[in-house]
Each structure stands twice: as C-alpha cells, then as structure tokens.
Write a protein of this length. Sequence first.
Length: 53
Amino acid sequence: MNRFQAPMRDIQFLLTEVFDGPSHWARLPGLAEHVDADTAIAILEEAAKVTSG
C-alpha cells in the first residue's frame, strides 16, 4: 500500500502566491498577531506528517 505524501510545495505556492493568505491574515485582528506565512507553513508541515503516518 502506498503512503500518502502531501504535495507541500504546491500547497505552499497556492497559499502564499495564488490566494495571498498572509495579506488576508494581516487584516484579521485575531490572526494578525498570531499567524504569519512561516507559522502557516509550519502548521501545514505538521499536518502533512500526521496524514502521511
């Protein structure tokens, strides 16, 4: 059985370049002080680990 490997490079590209997530988060008071692009990428990487195991 093949293990699932999340397409992290594609997801990061969509999140930061296509959908411009960081600029949207900056406008939301609850997220602006806690989430930036690096934090979002770290969360995605951890989620990828969970789904691949």
